[in-house]
Design a protein. Structure first.
Length: 117
């Protein structure tokens, strides 16, 4: 996990607003996400696709963790194990391609599984 300082949050929100994150990291694995959550830096917040947030132009004083833990694994009995950073549109398309339905009503949400829950 690479810890960055003074990162603009504009590219990480769907409304393209927000100031700088004092500290920023992008977690692409479960272990990176756990390490970021266990960081002594405070306060901290988790950012998915940034579709359900408004970030002040003054930024965020603390650690912003970009959750990019994306995976889709198909299990027995029509169960699906999904990473919290997986985008909803990707999950819906993939499950439909595997003949599993029921999530289509959420197709208009540009967020991630973790944000949707």
């Amino acid at each position: 996990m690479e810890l960055l300082k003074d990162i603009p949050l504009v590219p990480y929100t769907t409304l393209k607003i927000g100031g700088l994150a004092q500290y920023f990291c992008q977690a692409t694995t479960k272990n990176e996400l756990l390490a970021a959550l266990n960081s002594p830096l405070k306060p901290k917040t988790i950012l998915g696709n940034g579709s359900n947030v408004l970030i002040s132009d003054s930024g965020f004083h603390g650690l912003v963790i970009k959750n990019s833990v994306s995976k889709i694994n198909y299990l027995d009995n029509y169960q699906v194990l999904v990473g919290t950073g997986t985008s909803l549109p990707l999950l819906i398309t993939d499950t439909v391609n595997h003949h599993l339905t029921g999530l289509e009503e959420f197709a208009h949400i540009p967020g991630t599984v973790g944000g949707a829950v």
